[in-house]
Design a protein around this ligand. Sequence first.
Ligand SMILES: C[S@@+](CC[C@H](N)C(=O)[O-])C[C@H]1O[C@@H](n2cnc3c(N)ncnc32)[C@H](O)[C@@H]1O
Ligand code: SF4
Length: 499
Amino acid sequence: MDLNVVSQSGGCASSGCGSSADRLSHLPEAIRAKVDNHPCFSEDAHHHYARMHVAVAPACNIQCHYCNRKYDCSNESRPGVVSELLTPDRAVKKVIAVAANIPQMTVLGIAGPGDPLANPERTLETFRQLSEKAPDIRLCVSTNGLALPEVVDEICKHNIEHVTITINCVDPDVGAKIYPWIFWNNRRVKGRKAAEILIAQQQKGLEMLVERGVLVKVNSVLIPGVNDEHLKEVSRAVKAKGAFLHNVMPLIAEPEHGTFYGLMGQRGPSNEELQTLQDACAGDMAMMRHCRQCRADAVGMLGEDRGHEFTLDKIETMEIDYEAAMARRAEIHAEIEANRTAQRQQTGEAFVSLSSLKRGLKTKAAEPRPVLMAVATTGGGVINQHFGHAREFLVYEASVNDVRFVGARKVDLYCSGGDTCGDAETTLQKIIRTLKDCEAVLCSKIGYEPWSQLEEAGITPNGEHAMEPIEEAIAAVYQEMVASGQLEQAGAEPQRLTA
Ligand SMILES: C[S@@+](CC[C@H](N)C(=O)[O-])C[C@H]1O[C@@H](n2cnc3c(N)ncnc32)[C@H](O)[C@@H]1O
Ligand code: SF4
């Protein structure tokens, strides 16, 4: 997570080399303690800790042109999608079962499938029971913000320290193109007026939460041609009000989802468009780039879904002693933290080496160009996944200044056995297209076929850094590339590493 600029923390500004874990160290202790093991609020934490959502909130008080909660597919990971709705009692049972079986699970979020605050009794009852029965789990909630100001105090009563508000605009003319209606004071309000009310409530809710010391993440859906340029203004506005993090997410719009945008042929942004906008907003605001746009009943590490292991029939049969589970969880968290410290030290050494490379450059123009590299990992902050088993690749940008995470890219599984058969493009070709702007792919192992096709496409496969911390491995590969002279920029003085 790029935390070079952090507003709610009191305005920390750092620059120069530093791993994502190190960047957390610039935060005031009280804030670091809140995000350090929160996979959605800290990029570094998402390598080590898991989250879950419980689907207790079916209704919504507004309509967004990109949302249709009726369309469900159990194989699909997308916001608003769920397999089964839960009562608060059942949700609590499920959370306890998951926490006992997945000790890395530190966060329980309520994010739908509708709006949690349009279902206040169900949402608050779930939080009330959990804060009593599972006090070691962080609670958070995700909302469109319409009902937020009225429930802020109630939320704070349940010890909720993290809230996400979806803010797609601060201009009602833009809002009128995203929201056809809201339900407000027992009637339906449409068009510009609806957007005006929604925006005012969101901004008021944000201010109230910040005043009470709650960390606020703002989600914005990037809708090309509708709010793309406008999101920079949104970023500035929410930063000024004290938001902690801005998460610009790509619109998902397929005709078969039955949404207005899907049916109208509205497209989502490309990876490049998303990254360009995130970079443009980053000057003003700390950006989240590791969001996986989870289902409203997701369970596990970000990017994975273990919900099928915890269906109602399965949890009914589980006998859990949560006192004992809490002790075990604490032990495992201590192990995770010991590993993170060791990784931080290793990565720190690689960054010292990058810094000396930068100092050795004669001029700015002589700097080797930055490159993108993709990584296959199952978590733990290390390169530990076979190329063929990856369902997503994490993409990092390496330069002489830094190694920074820029995003996760989903792919179809290469080793699924059902590749070519009649498709115009094979699974491997699709993966290569997804990674076409990357210079290298780092994984634990890779087969002969993908190796040769990646090379042919100009992407260097690399299996030499298995089990190494990700950022350390990337820094090492980058330095090898610089040493070989392959990253020299046109017109710049040639640079060679001597060591
Ligand atoms: C399903 S919503 C639930 C919480 C709440 N109702 C809200 O909208 O903030 C979770 C997040 O997914 C986003 N989302 C929903 N449908 C989406 C889509 N088709 N494309 C991109 N983001 C979407 C929402 O904007 C929101 O930020
Ligand atoms: S506010 Fe959330 S649940 Fe409601 S329509 Fe929009 S995305 Fe869907």
